[in-house]
Design a protein around this ligand. Structure first.
Ligand SMILES: Cc1cc2nc3c(=O)[nH]c(=O)nc-3n(C[C@H](O)[C@H](O)[C@H](O)COP(=O)(O)OP(=O)(O)OC[C@H]3O[C@@H](n4cnc5c(N)ncnc54)[C@H](O)[C@@H]3O)c2cc1C
Length: 381
């Protein structure tokens, strides 16, 4: 077993570290105003992060998924909201098209998304279908060579400005989950309405909005994968996305540790630095250990993906552990800062808010436990 990164992976990691370092202060300011992090995203698009592991022939960087996760671990330290928006383009839309798309679909949709020229989104969740997407109600009715899409999605990251959306709709309602198809929807089409941006506690710059479809015409050529095989497209895509979400959580956790350590070194009480108190040392030691374990689980899942091995359970473990670790680190981080931990002018408060969302998006951690337990019980682990 070799834990050494390849020169290519190290280069991506270092480039992402530099790119993140340049925007840390700006990210904090934008978060306080709840602004969309356009300037940060433009810089990251120019640096090639939007298409990092998408195929080179379609505008991507052609790197492996381990490299992408190493980059996410760095970028999310600076701006988790921008890291999530990038993840939508790169993985939840881009990798889905790369894996399931026809040559024409790849040629049409991947280059602008990989270059970050347009934003893309992923529309699976509905008001009554969250953890259980098989209950979705959006329908698609065939009309000649087109489908008429009617229904709505909520919690759509980038739903307010995305040009393209990967949207799940029922093409055969009698078949339930086996009657769902995946549609690539041009969100400039007639009949698409965007809901207002939700005000939320976490990741305020990564705008969540609902999308309403009223008989939106989608050409048959814009079905991704086979008709009625859409749930597979969405669930497979989510497996890869969870590894990226785990990497984002490692990034947030590392930012927490760095800040808590810097603070504990310089803050004195009872005539000594906080780092001299054993309870503070233990908190920091546990954070460092858990973050290392979270990073290893994440990179293992990414490596399995790169090597075409089954990785759904590994992805669920990485996502569950890394996001819980980031949340726990942020909780302890606030405690280490004492009263200053809850002040908005210090970054710990933001890490605390941002860490929470990771335990929910791309499948809650309860659903991750169900996936792991199911595999365990059937003898797969
Ligand atoms: C910041 C953010 C960004 C998001 N971005 C997107 C996006 O771009 N596209 C998209 O489609 N969705 C997105 N989502 C939606 C997200 O995927 C859902 O919120 C999530 O899947 C949970 O669904 P729900 O909110 O309806 O909760 P529910 O499914 O109603 O769950 C409520 C609670 O019940 C628990 N629960 C549910 N079922 C079970 C079970 N069988 N066993 C045990 N516990 C269970 C859950 O874990 C949770 O704690 C986003 C969410 C957030 C917070």
């Amino acid at each position: 077993m070799d834990f050494t990164l390849t020169p290519e992976q190290k280069t991506v990691q270092e480039k992402a570290r530099r790119a993140a370092g340049e925007v840390t202060e700006k990210a904090a300011l934008l978060d306080r105003k709840g602004s969309f992090p356009k300037e940060i995203l433009d810089l990251w698009a120019e640096a090639g992060f939007f298409g990092l592991s998408l195929p080179k022939e379609f505008g991507g960087g052609g790197h492996d998924y381990v490299s992408y996760c190493l980059a996410q671990m760095e970028l999310a330290q600076a701006c988790p909201a921008a890291a999530l928006i990038l993840h939508l383009n790169h993985t939840l839309f881009g990798l889905a098209i790369s894996q399931f798309g026809t040559p024409d679909q790849k040629l049409r949709y991947l280059p602008p998304v990989a270059r970050g020229e347009v934003y893309a989104c992923f529309g699976l969740t509905e008001p009554e279908a969250g953890s259980d997407p098989s209950r979705l109600k959006t329908t698609a009715v065939k009309d000649g060579s087109e489908w008429l899409l009617t229904g709505g999605k909520n919690f759509v990251t980038s739903g307010d400005r995305a040009r393209y959306g990967l949207v799940a709709g029922l093409t055969d309602p009698n078949q339930g989950p086996k009657g769902i198809s995946a549609f690539i929807v041009d969100l400039k089409s007639k009949g698409v309405k965007r809901g207002p941006v939700e005000e939320k506690m976490s990741l305020s710059g990564a705008n969540s909005a609902s999308l309403i479809f009223n008989e939106v015409r989608v050409p048959a050529t814009a079905v991704l994968g086979e008709v009625n095989q859409g749930l597979k497209v969405f669930l497979t895509t989510l497996e890869g996305a969870r590894v990226g979400a785990a990497a984002q959580a490692v990034g947030i956790g590392r930012a927490v540790l760095k800040h808590a350590l810097d603070y504990a070194r310089q803050r004195e009480q009872f005539g000594q630095a906080l780092t001299q108190f054993q309870n503070i040392q233990w908190k920091l030691a546990d954070m460092a250990t858990d973050l290392e374990a979270g990073a290893l689980l994440t990179l293992k899942a990414a490596w399995l993906r790169d090597n075409n091995r089954p990785y759904g359970t590994a992805a669920a473990m990485a996502k569950r552990f890394a996001t819980d670790t980031a949340m726990h680190a942020a909780l302890e981080g606030v405690q280490i800062l004492g009263g200053y931990g809850v002040l908005k002018k210090y970054p710990m408060e933001k890490y605390f808010r941002d860490a929470k969302a990771g335990q929910i998006y791309e499948g809650t951690n309860e659903i991750m436990r169900l996936i792991i337990a199911r595999d365990l019980i059937k003898g797969g682990i």
